[in-house]
Write a protein that binds this ligand. Sequence first.
Ligand code: TYM
Length: 320
Amino acid sequence: MRILTGIQPSGKLHIGNYFGAMKPAIELQEQGDAYIFIANYHAMTTVQDPASLRTMTTDVALDFLACGLDPEKTALYRQSDMPEVHELAWLLSTICPMGLLERCHSYKDKTAKGIAAMHGLFAYPVLMAADILAVQSNVVPVGKDQKQHVEVTRDLAIRFNNAFGEVFTVPEPFIRENVAVVPGIDGQKMSKSYDNTIEIFMEGKPLKKRVMKVVTDSKELEDPKDPETCNVFALCKLLSTEEEQAALAERYRAGGMGYGHAKTELLEKINEHFAPMREKRRVLVENMDYVEGVLKKGAEKASVLARETLQKARQAVGLE
Ligand code: TYM
């Protein structure tokens, strides 16, 4: 089994990214050949400050390594260290109907939010397909918001294979239903662009402030509460065992527990879960040569596959 996922360096990573994609991808490294890359070409559709793009790119590498990515098992690389994806994206563009891209929610959502309607933003799913197909991955761990993009990838792979012969592996999205959409502090999907995130490496007062801001209904302390509709509960669930979830749900329903208590519990759980990762990150920051080495080695490994795929695709379409 070959596994691949990517994450954009367009802001500090949050617990939606962590539970939706990072954790599943890191866990899958035990079961197959794993590739995780930092989608800096994609981030250019929204980040146009060179210094920020550079810093945020290395930040994602630090975050993944701190969160348990094992570079002996997973190839971690920068998308821009594998430019073969662009040639592949062009080959895919020539068989990609406009309608397929016009239907993509992500493009419509971003332009509705005021992001300029550039060609790069529109063609974003084709580059994403090239990322996935270049390494011939079978499994793509993502959050629900990326499902449609993986479907576009499948569609393009099938069209290409039908037109030119079997070149691409048709991938499957891997979406864990319980973390498919992690809510942000306002209850919408947690997202960098909604400014409703809880960052993985936030600590101390800023973290506490963020957690205390999670939106709830206005039930009084003594009232029974519904855990299933509560954002605090939804976030606690991600960090709890089944028994802990059941016990907390019981306290919600019994009444006598205020949202302040639930938020304090959430804060403790976040601190407990991420404390070892914060420690590891502090050590890694002092070893940037090591981090650079990991990224280089990862790009070399992934590029072997990308070159092989590209060679096959070029031959299939008649460029060679
Ligand atoms: P990006 O950078 O927006 O998000 C990275 C991953 O985090 C998941 N995610 C969430 N999951 C659950 N709940 C949330 N609130 C939440 N917010 C984000 C996303 O679904 C994603 O899996 N287009 C991709 C990057 C990309 C890519 C690829 C991914 C480029 N090429 C190839 C997979 C394969 C993106 O913008 O993700």
